[in-house]
Design a protein around this ligand. Structure first.
Ligand SMILES: [Zn+2]
Length: 307
């Protein structure tokens, strides 16, 4: 997902007023044996039984806005290998791609080269990854509807949608039927379809509608996850976005995703520990409005929470 800094700020200002004075933050119970760590942007790590799954890891936070806040569409692709080594040192057995954009797919080849992890994504995502040296047989191609057993946990894949911005479109759309030339700029990493995932460990389920701020309501209706991780920026043009997601899934715990500035480096002391507080406030206010007794966790970047 890619939005301009200006769009993020405009959206937040409106929400901050609606959420003012609400309790906002609650903490997870720690009884499931499942841990969750926000990596910043839309990146997540789920930990359980000594096993790890990554979703959209993106630590490099490319400086894609110029001095005037304008988006640099031909920004070169550069991975912060030092941050990958520091923060993703333990092997994830699986990496889930929600879509092909740079802030979701960029570091997957690095993680695979380092750890030999298996990846799930669409056909286009496989072509983008093989163009960057990822072995094709290490990428499971999914289109939504799959229910995969990893023996100790399961992954359900759901057809999903990209966020729709001011013009009801988005940056770098497109799909591929063969591997392209090796990608060099952020525009080369096209969306290639969007997916959502639900991971279930011993009956405890976490639904990741985390990579975009959109979904297919009929795909997720009735899922009843314990936890919903929901993309929370750039949804002004998606009708009743937050309430429809909560009504369709009725989770017990709500966690915002993709709600930080995307560019302040992880090792910059100026990085706020949490994302935009308007995201958690909107989740809290929406749950209250529709009568859903869910708690909201406003996570700190890189902190592990026991769910
Ligand atoms: Zn995107």
């Amino acid at each position: 997902m890619c939005v301009s800094r200006r769009q993020v700020l405009i959206g937040s200002a409106a929400v901050a007023v609606a959420g003012a004075g609400l309790p906002g933050v609650a903490f997870a119970s720690g009884r499931s044996g499942v841990g969750l760590r926000w990596l910043g942007v839309a990146g997540w790590e789920l930990l359980f039984d000594g096993r790890r799954v990554l979703i959209d890891p993106y630590l490099s936070r490319l400086p894609v806005f110029d001095e005037d806040g304008k988006f640099i569409a031909d920004h070169p692709l550069e991975v912060r290998q030092d941050l990958v080594d520091r923060h993703l040192g333990e092997r994830p057995e699986l990496v889930l791609a929600t879509h092909g954009h740079y802030d979701h797919l960029l570091e997957i080849p690095t993680v695979v080269a380092k750890h030999g992890s298996r990846v799930i994504g669409t056909e286009t995502h496989r072509h983008l990854l093989t163009a960057q040296g990822v072995p094709g047989d290490g990428v499971v191609v999914a289109s939504g509807g799959e229910h995969l057993d990893f023996h100790g946990f399961t992954v359900q894949v759901f057809r999903s949608l990209h966020s729709q911005f001011g013009s009801y479109g988005y940056f770098a759309p497109g799909s591929l039927t063969a591997p392209p030339a090796p990608p060099t700029t952020i525009s080369d990493l096209v969306e290639g379809g969007s997916l959502a995932y639900m991971i279930t460990v011993r009956g405890f389920s976490v639904l990741f509608l985390s990579g975009t701020a959109n979904y297919v309501e009929r795909e997720i209706a009735g899922l009843r996850p314990d936890v919903l991780v929901l993309g929370m920026s750039g949804h002004a043009n998606v009708h009743d976005y937050t309430a429809r997601a909560l009504r369709a899934t009725r989770p017990k715990l709500l966690i915002p995703s993709h709600h930080d500035d995307m560019v302040t480096q992880l090792d910059d002391p100026a990085l706020p520990p949490r994302g935009n507080p308007a995201a958690a406030a909107e989740l809290t206010e929406t749950a209250r409005r529709i009568g859903l007794a869910a708690r909201v966790l406003d996570p700190e970047i890189l902190r592990r929470y026991e769910l």
